[in-house]
Design a protein around this ligand. Structure first.
Ligand SMILES: [Zn+2]
Length: 87
């Protein structure tokens, strides 16, 4: 017994999370610790995708890049994302 499962155990929980509107989620900036809805981030769309920057410190908090058959989501600029299920 190893005490852990492989990533397939995340399928259900992640499906629940990504079925919600993430712009309403509260993100914490990894650089300055500011907290706020992702909808309030400063977003640049003239990049190879979308880039969201913290409105307080200006650092990148999210990158979303679309390829012909996949999408890459980079959240390393966020310490965490607080997601609440729809009411
Ligand atoms: Zn910040």
């Amino acid at each position: 017994m190893t005490g852990h499962l492989d990533g397939n155990a995340l399928a259900g929980p992640l499906r629940e999370i990504f079925a919600v509107d993430l712009t309403a989620a509260i993100g914490t900036c990894a650089h300055c610790r500011a907290r706020g809805p992702l909808a309030e981030a400063t977003v640049y769309t003239h990049a190879p995708g979308e880039v969201a920057r913290c409105t307080r410190c200006g650092e990148v908090v999210l990158r979303l890049v679309h390829g012909p058959d996949r999408t890459w989501l980079d959240l390393r600029g966020l310490l965490n994302v607080e997601i609440r299920p729809p009411a």
